[in-house]
Design a protein. Sequence first.
Lengths: 98, 98
Amino acid sequence: MKNPNSNSADVNKIKAVIYGQDYQIKGRASVDQLRMVAMLVDHKMKEIGEANPRLDLNRVAVLAAVNVADEYLKLRQEYEDLLRILEQAQQLGGGEQE
Amino acid sequence: MKNPNSNSADVNKIKAVIYGQDYQIKGRASVDQLRMVAMLVDHKMKEIGEANPRLDLNRVAVLAAVNVADEYLKLRQEYEDLLRILEQAQQLGGGEQE
């Protein structure tokens, strides 16, 4: 899929501050999407760091990754459920493809 | 939603090794789901760490979180698209709810 925000090389780069550290984030996603990704991770790390002030930086980061991965897997389950519902709806709705 | 793998307090705990460090992961998800989450993060960190051997541990972890967050946001977009398709299919399929 082409993205209207992609540059010619199809890779975008942004600079972002995540939990007080500078990062360069690269990816095929749009600049807006990359910014959202950085904000999401920064937000998660702050949440975890505030709840556990004694935690090492790297453990905060790993737990942020765990947190996002958990939401990712839940969403993937819901996505698959929805796909199944849609397939059933299509089978019921119309058998006129042939 | 109740999960058949949940314990009485509705919070499960697992011990997991992520990128060589011990973690206790807690969550409302099933034990299997928590294990998958830990494996996903461990896998991402190894992938990033192998590709960038000089990277600090905490930067490997942050970039793993960024990576998973990127996939999460893409999936959320796809999920919303699918939801829209399903809503349209339902509107076309049956107007007999009233």
